[in-house]
Design a protein around this ligand. Sequence first.
Ligand SMILES: C[S@@+](CC[C@H](N)C(=O)[O-])C[C@H]1O[C@@H](n2cnc3c(N)ncnc32)[C@H](O)[C@@H]1O
Length: 340
Amino acid sequence: MKLEGQGKLTAGCLFCGMGGFASGLAKAGFKIAWASDSDRYACKTFQHRFPGVRVIQEDIHALTKQSAELESVDILVAGFPCQSFSLAGNRLGFEDPRGKTFFEIPRLIKEFSMELRPKLLLLENVPNLLYGGKLEWFDKVRRELRRAGYWFRSDSCWIVNVKEATELPQDRERLFMVAALRSHFTYNPFALPKEDNAQNNRKSIDKIIDRSQQGTNEAYLSPENRYYKMIERAISEGVSDQNVFQLRRSYVREKRDGLCPTLTANMGEGGHNVPFIKDSWGIRKLSVNEVAQLQGFNSKENIFPEIPEKEQYKLLGNAVCVNLAQRVGEACQEILNGGH
Ligand SMILES: C[S@@+](CC[C@H](N)C(=O)[O-])C[C@H]1O[C@@H](n2cnc3c(N)ncnc32)[C@H](O)[C@@H]1O
């Protein structure tokens, strides 16, 4: 199967990153028509992975239907920046310029005439967008999407954890929001994907983390590193030295139950949030290849073009988990094919 998908239904991707969302949608049967992001490493990687797709490197504020000659699509997906809504962030919500980028989504949609607007919108962010900001954040999202012509309310949302809805051993909770175009649908037909036993088939983390091979020199923490002693102590005092350990701001957290903690964009920068393991050669961070698999990317695929390794970690931490994107994408396929 071609990575960009071969289905009849088309998808456009805003804030496309390296294409976690796009990969899942293509697996769910959508054909990716175009994608856009402001980051040059994101665009370069997306283009490398989806050579047949038009990738537009542009700040969302400058992206218009006319300037980029955006064609109409069946579904528009957007995993817009989440830092300002996250419990781990500044929680400034729409006061933060990164949070404000959300408003560019309805702005862009409204540049299309009603019959050419995407029939479905699929947005992704952190669950706290639904609960935080004294509920005003979600109210704003709802109002904006309704004004753009969509059915949308809180039960069109899905809060889901990778460890429960997929076979991947990562603890990563996300919010998906699905809005349905009023001129096409008589109501919002999105229903939560059916429960399944994905977690009973959970892939063993030892099948992903390879402790039998020595990592690269740079992957190992030098004993001179200021965090070395703290991490070493946490590993020796932990429940099992085969677990994954993550450096938080001022302490080290041991992730139990054969899981990896939420992978984040800043793990590429070193410092906090970097996941570490112990092997026969020392204490090392998870490799790009291991992180890619934990996010659902096919490790046999040549994922990255020539870009710095720290950018690879960043793109992977930012990505929508491919397997989750596929599940929610399949639910959207059903809706679009179902004639609601
Ligand atoms: C959470 S990531 C998206 C990940 C992507 N959906 C995936 O599945 O791989 C958010 C993306 O928004 C992009 N971004 C942030 N601010 C932007 C802006 N002003 N205009 C366009 N893209 C922006 C970032 O470069 C980043 O790739």
